[in-house]
Design a protein around this ligand. Structure first.
Ligand code: ADP
Ligand code: MG
Length: 704
C-alpha cells in the first residue's frame, strides 16, 4: 500500500500512522531479499503457488519486524464457523540447542499451526477423538501486530484438509472465479490481464450504548439484544439521527477507532449516524474479497474493544432493540483484473460495451439461479428479527438494475438497437452551484441486490455475520455461469453477436429476477410469487438449501466444497441456531423469574400498601384498585408464562433430531417468547422507573 505512493503521499500517510502495524508491501520490501520479495508478491497479487522455500526467510523477517513493533507472541489467526475469530498465542521464546534462551520463529511455525479442531464447530466432519486440525498461513492477507502479538491470517482445516472455517472456501472461490474469468477474457481478446479478483467493500452498522447501562442488562450481555423493553416515547420517527451531528462522546470513539484501524491497514473511510437512535455506520475503502473479509472481522473486534475503553458497549447484533431499525452489513462486490479493469463498469456507452454486458448477464443469471444460496448466506437467528420488517430487504432476492440499464437489456433481448442515454446534467436552479451529471440509476434502498454504478451491493447480510460466505456464493455462482458462457463463446464466429444473444437468452430465462421498484410492498411480494421467485422467510427453512442437490453440484463443480463439507455446514448452521435460541430462552427465563417477577410483586405490595392507607383514611380510590388488579393480572401472566417457557425449553431439548428441534424452536418457542415479552413490556409501563430492575430503552438509546 505504502510502497507505490509518491514521497508526499507517503509522508501524509505516515502522519496518520497508516498501516504502521502491518507487515505490508513496504515493510516486506525493506526486509526481504529482492528475489524472496518478488516471489511472495507473485503469490499475493497474482495468486501464484507459494514457493515453500520462502517460509524460513519470511518468518525470520516477520519475527524481527514484529519484535521491533513490541510483539512478544505470535498467533495463527483464523475464522472458525462461530462468526468470530480465534487464535492461540505463543511466545517467540525458546531454548536453543546449547541451552540459551532465544526469540525464535521458524518457517514451519509460520506455515502451519495445530489447534484442537474438536473445540470448534465441525458439523460431524471429524470425531472428537481424532481432533487434529491445521491452520495454514494465508500469504494473500498481510500479517499485523496487535496488543503485543503478531497476527498471522490463516485458513483452518481438519486433518484431512476439509474446510472448517470461513476463509478456506472464500480463497477457493476467489481462485475458481479468477481462472474462469481469465478464460473469458482471453476469448474477448484481453492479452494484458494476468488474474482476476473479486473486490469487496463492507459497510458495517452498529449501535453504541453506555457501558454501565449495558452491564445491567443480562440480555444485552448474553444475547447481544434486548429480550424485553417497552416502547420508548421517542424512537426514529423524526428522522433526526441519520447523518445528524455526531455527539462528542461518539465522535471521540469514532476518531479513536479510525486511528486504530488505520494503523492496522484498514482503510476506514466513511462514518456517520444511522437511522435509529444510537446507531452508526462505518465503511472502509474496498479491497480484495479476502482482505476485506479479514478486515471486517478485525473492524468488529476493534469496535468492541475501543467502545469498552470509552465506557461504551458496541452492539453488533442484527436487532438489539424492538421498535427501531436493526443493523445490517452491505457487501459491495465487483470483479476486477490485476491491471485495474473493473468488469462491471458500464463505461460511457454501456449499450455497446460487450464485456460489461456479458459480465452483467452472468451476475443476473447467477443471482436468479442461486437466489436460495444468497438467502442462506444472510441467514442467522439475529437476522430473522430484521429481514422483511420494512427496515431491511424482504426474504426475496431480486436485482435492482435501474431503468436505464434495464431498458438497454430489454432492447437487446427484443432485437432492437440499444442506445445509451446521453449524460444528463442535473438542474438545481442556482447558477452559483457546480454542475454535475446525474447517475445512471437512482438509489434503491429497498433492494436486496442493487447495481450501484460499477458494482453490486448485497444488502441482506446481518451486522454480526461473517461476510465470507456471501462472497463465496457470489463467486461460485458467477464462476459457473461464466463457464457456460465460455462454452458458447468458444464456438462462436462472431463474438459481439454471440454476446448479444447471450444477453437475450439471459433476459428470457432470468429477467424475472430484475425488479426496480419498492421491495417493501405487499404488491411486490405477490408479484415475486407470480414470477416464481423463492421467498424463504426464516433461517431454519433457509439452512436446508445448503444440501439441495443443485447447490451441492455447484460447489463441487467449482471446487469450493465437497459434498461432505456442504453437509457439515448445514449441520453447523442448525446447531448454531439451536444454541442461540436456547440461550435466549434461558436468559429470558432468568430475567423474568429473578428480576421482573420479583420487581412487579414488590411494586404491587407498595401500591396495595398505599391503597390500604388511603382506605384507613376513609378514601376510596377505585382507579388505584383497578391498577392493582391490572398489575396482579400481569404478574399472574408472567408467573404462568415463566413456567410455560421452562416447559417449552425442556420440550425442545427432548427432541433428538437437530433439524426437528430447530423447527420446534422457530415455530413454537420463538413465537411464545414474543408473546411473553409483551406482558413484561406492559408491566414495565405500569411500574415506576426506579422499581424496574434494569435500564429501559430510553436509557439505552438516548443516554450516550
Ligand atoms: P453507500 O452508503 O451509499 O452504499 P458507502 O460509501 O457508505 O456507500 O459504501 C460503499 C462501499 O462500496 C465502500 O466500502 C466502497 O469502498 C465500496 N466500493 C466502491 N467501489 C467498489 C467496487 N468497484 N467494488 C467493490 N466495492 C466498491
Ligand atoms: Mg450501502
Amino acid at each position: 500500500m505504502r510502497s507505490g505512493s509518491s514521497g508526499t503521499a507517503q509522508k501524509q500517510l505516515m502522519s496518520i500512522n497508516f498501516a504502521c502495524q502491518v507487515f505490508d508491501e513496504a515493510a516486506m520490501k525493506q526486509r526481504l531479499s529482492p528475489s524472496v520479495f518478488e516471489s511472495l508478491q507473485n503469490t499475493q497479487k497474482l495468486g501464484n503457488p507459494l514457493d515453500p522455500n520462502l517460509a524460513e526467510a519470511v518468518a525470520s523477517a516477520m519475527k524481527n519486524w514484529a519484535i521491533e513493533m513490541g510483539a512478544t507472541h505470535y498467533t495463527h489467526w483464523f475464522q472458525p464457523l462461530t462468526n468470530i475469530t480465534a487464535g492461540k498465542h505463543e511466545a517467540f521464546l525458546n531454548r536453543s540447542r546449547n541451552g540459551e534462551i532465544i526469540m525464535e520463529f521458524s518457517g514451519k511455525a509460520l506455515i502451519k499451526g495445530e489447534p484442537d479442531a474438536s473445540s470448534f464447530p465441525t458439523g460431524g466432519l471429524r470425531a472428537t477423538f481424532e481432533a487434529r486440525g491445521y491452520t495454514a498461513w494465508d500469504p494473500t492477507s498481510p500479517a499485523f501486530v496487535r496488543d503485543g502479538t503478531l497476527y498471522i491470517p490463516t485458513a483452518f482445516c481438519s486433518y484431512n484438509g476439509e474446510a472448517l472455517d470461513a476463509k478456506t472456501p472464500l480463497l477457493r472461490s476467489i481462485q475458481s472465479l479468477s481462472e474462469q474469468t481469465m478464460k473469458i477474457l482471453h476469448l474477448l481478446g484481453n492479452t494484458t490481464s494476468k488474474s482476476v479478483l473479486s473486490m469487496v467493500g463492507l459497510e458495517q452498522e452498529y449501535f453504541l450504548v453506555d457501558r454501565e447501562a449495558y452491564e445491567k442488562r443480562l440480555d444485552l450481555k448474553i444475547c447481544g439484544r434486548t429480550l424485553f423493553g417497552a416502547k420508548p416515547p421517542k424512537g426514529q420517527e423524526l428522522d433526526d439521527h441519520y447523518c445528524g451531528r455526531i455527539r462528542l462522546r461518539v465522535a471521540d470513539f469514532m476518531r479513536d477507532l479510525d486511528e486504530r484501524l488505520w494503523a492496522l491497514g484498514v482503510i476506514s473511510k466513511v462514518k456517520h449516524n444511522e437511522v435509529a437512535p444510537a446507531q452508526h455506520e462505518l465503511a472502509p475503502v474496498f479491497s480484495s474479497a479476502n482482505i476485506a473479509c479479514d478486515h471486517n472481522q478485525l473492524t468488529m473486534e476493534v469496535m468492541r474493544q475501543v467502545a469498552k475503553e470509552h465506557g461504551l458497549a458496541c452492539l453488533l447484533h442484527e436487532k438489539p432493540f424492538e421498535y427501531v431499525n436493526g443493523s445490517g452489513k452491505h457487501d459491495n462486490w465487483s470483479i476486477n483484473t490485476d491491471d485495474g479493469i473493473n468488469l462491471l463498469k458500464p463505461g460511457k456507452n454501456p449499450a455497446e460495451n460487450n464485456q460489461f454486458l456479458l459480465f452483467l448477464s452472468a451476475v443476473i443469471a447467477a443471482v436468479d439461479r442461486y437466489a436460495d444460496l444468497l438467502r442462506v448466506s444472510a441467514a442467522c437467528p439475529g437476522n430473522d428479527e430484521r429481514l422483511g420488517m420494512n427496515e431491511a430487504p424482504p426474504a426475496i432476492i431480486s436485482i435492482n438494475l435501474g431503468n436505464h440499464l434495464y431498458s438497454i437489456l430489454k432492447n437487446i433481448a427484443s432485437g432492437r438497437r440499444a442506445v445509451s442515454d446521453k449524460a444528463h446534467y442535473l438542474a438545481i436552479g442556482v447558477d452559483a452551484l457546480p454542475s454535475f451529471t446525474q447517475d445512471d440509476s437512482d438509489r434503491n434502498r429497498t433492494s436486496p441486490f442493487a447495481f450501484t454504478g460499477n458494482r453490486f451491493e448485497f444488502r441482506m447480510l446481518g451486522s454480526s455475520q461473517s461476510p465470507a460466505f456471501a462472497n463465496v456464493v457470489l463467486n461460485a455462482a458467477v464462476t459457473e455461469v461464466l463457464g457456460e458462457f465460455e462454452t458458447i463463446l468458444k464456438n462462436s464466429e462472431d463474438i459481439p453477436d454471440t454476446i448479444r444473444s447471450i444477453v437475450a437468452q439471459t433476459m428470457a430465462e432470468h429477467g424475472r429476477v430484475i425488479f426496480n421498484g419498492n421491495n417493501y410492498t405487499e404488491e411486490w411480494r405477490a408479484e415475486a410469487h407470480r414470477r416464481g421467485l423463492p421467498e424463504i422467510s426464516n433461517t431454519v427453512d433457509a439452512i436446508d438449501v445448503l444440501v439441495d442437490p443443485k447447490n451441492i453440484a455447484l460447489f463441487t463443480k467449482t471446487n469450493i466444497f465437497t459434498e461432505d463439507e456442504c453437509r457439515s455446514r448445514h449441520e453447523i448452521l442448525l446447531e448454531n441456531y439451536e444454541k442461540v435460541v436456547f440461550i435466549e430462552a434461558n436468559t429470558m427465563h432468568e430475567m423474568l423469574t429473578r428480576q421482573i417477577i420479583p420487581a412487579v410483586t414488590e411494586y404491587i405490595g407498595k401500591v396495595a400498601h398505599s391503597f390500604n392507607e388511603l382506605t384507613k383514611l376513609g378514601i376510596e380510590n377505585a382507579e388505584l384498585k383497578s391498577m392493582i388488579s391490572e398489575l396482579s393480572e400481569c404478574a399472574s401472566k408472567l408467573i404462568a408464562g415463566g413456567r410455560d417457557l421452562e416447559k417449552l425449553i425442556a420440550e425442545g431439548h427432548a427432541i433428538e433430531d437437530t433439524r426437528e428441534t430447530c423447527q420446534f424452536l422457530s415455530k413454537t418457542l420463538h413465537p411464545y417468547m414474543r408473546s411473553l415479552r409483551s406482558y413484561a413490556d406492559r408491566a414495565e409501563t405500569l411500574l415506576d422507573s426506579a422499581s424496574w430492575p434494569f435500564p429501559n430503552y430510553t436509557d439505552l438509546l438516548f443516554r450516550v
